[in-house]
Ligand binder design. Sequence first.
Ligand code: HEM
Length: 488
Amino acid sequence: LMQTLLKNSNEPPVVFHWFPIIGSTITYGMDPPRFFVENREKYGDVFTFVLLGRKTTVCLGPAGNDFVLNGKIRDVNAEEIYTVLTTPVFGRDVVYDCPNSKLMEQKKFMKIALTTEAFRQYVPIISDEVTSYFKRTADFKGQSGEVSIPPKMAEITIFTASHALQGKAIRDQFDESLAALYHDLDMGFSPINFTFHWAPLPWNNRRDHAQRTVAKLYMDTIQRRRANPETDAQDMMFHLMNSTYKNGVRVPDHEIAHMMIALLMAGQHSSSSTSSWIMLLLASRPDVMEALYQEQISALGADLPPLQYEDLAKLPLHGAIVKETLRLHAPIHSIMRAVKQPLHVPGTKYVIPTNHVLMSAPGVSASDPVYFPKPDLWDPFRWLPDSPNAPTLSRASASEEEEKIDYGYGLVSKGAASPYLPFGAGRHRCIGEQFANVQLQTIIVEVVRLFKFRNVDGSNKVIGTDYASLFSRPLEPAVIHWERREKA
Ligand code: HEM
C-alpha cells in the first residue's frame, strides 16, 4: 500500500469528477480549450482527466508542447492511439498501420510532390477551380445574397486539393461518385469510432465499402498509368509510383492508393475548417477584407493579373490572415500519444505512468496573453512589422531560425518549446503546411477579387466552434452576406 501511495503521489493532479468512466468526457468534449484553461487555473500546466474511462494527462504551455510533440520514440507512440480510427479509413500498411520508421519514409515520398516547383503548377489550378466554382454555383448567382459558407468552402477545398494533388482525371470524378464515397469515408472519423470502430454499425459498413471502392479506383488508375508512361504527369501519384523504400522494395500499389486517401483526408478537414473560419472572420471585419483588396492592387497592379505562386510572397497580409486564423482556430485541438514507459515531466515532480494517454494542446499557449497581447482578438496585423499586438516572445515568431533536425522526412525545427504550433512538431509534424498555405492564400486572393462579405446583421460577431467531430470547425449554419465587386 505504501508503495502505491508513494507512486501515486508523483502522479499529476486529477481533475475532479463524479462518475468513474465518464469522468470529464462531457465537459472536455463540449469545449476542449475552455476545459484546458479552467483546469490550468486550478491545477497548473500538467494535469490528468478521465476521458472515456482512460486517464489522460495533458501538458500545456511551450514546455508541455515540446515535452509531448518532441517525445522520444521509446517514450511516446502515436500509432497505438490513432490506428483504430485511421486504418479503416486510409487502408492497410500506411501512416499508423505500420512502424514509425516506415511512416517517416512515406512522409518523405509524399513531400517530394510538395516542392516550390509543384506549387508553381498548383496556384493556377487552384485559382481556376475557385473562380469556376463561384461562376457555376447557384447560391452565388446574381449581385448579392446570403449563404452558409462552410459547406461551400468544403467543396472548394476538395476540388482544389484533389485537382492539384491527384490530377484532373481524379478531380473530375468528384463531380460524380467520388464525393459521396469520401463522405462515407469521413463517417469513420467521428469521435464515437474511438470506442466503436469495430462495430457492425451501418456507417462503419459504408466506410469499409467506400475505402475498398476508392482504393480500387486509385489502383486501377496506377495500372493504367504504368501501361502508358509516356503520357504521365509528374504529380503526387507519379512520385509515389517511382518511390523505393530504403530496403529496396518499391512502394506497392495498394500503399500508393492508401497514401492518396490519407493525404486528401488529412488536408480536407483542416483546410476546409480553416478557410471557413477565414471567410467568417472576413465577414465580421469588412475593413480587413478591403485592406486585402488594396494590398493586391498595390502589390500586383490595378488590373489584378492572373495569380502566380511568386505573387503570394508579395502579399504579407494574406499570409497573416492564415497565420492569425490558425492561432485562434487550429482545427486540431488535441494531439494524443500512448506512454511507453514512466515519463518524468521536466521541471516538475510528476511521473506519468504507462496506463495514461499523453495529450498536447498547443492552441492553449497560442491564446495565452503571456505570448500574445489581446489574445482573444483576431488581429492579422499582429504578424506584420510594428504592431502593438506583436507576439511578445521572439520564439513565437522566429521559429525558422532554430536548429533543425531530420526524422527521415526532411528538416524540421529541433525544439518545439514554441507557443505557436498549429502544424504540430517533431516526427509527426505536418508535411502539408506549405501546401495548405498556398491553397488558403490562393483561395483568399480569388474570393477578395470577387466579393465583399459582411455579417447579415452588419455586426462584428463571430460564430462559435463545433467540437463534435475530431477536427473543430465553425458551428453551422454560419450565414454571411456576399456582394459582387463588379456587375455580374
Ligand atoms: C500532421 C495540422 C494540412 C498532411 C499534422 C499535425 C497537425 C497538422 C497538428 C500533427 C498531428 C500529430 O502530431 O499527431 C494541419 C493543419 C492543416 C494541415 C492545421 C491546414 C490548415 C495538411 C495538408 C496535408 C497534411 C493539406 C496534405 C497535403 C499531414 C500529414 C501529417 C500531418 C501526412 C503527418 C502525420 C504523422 O506524421 O503522424 N497536421 N495540417 N496536412 N499532416 Fe497536416
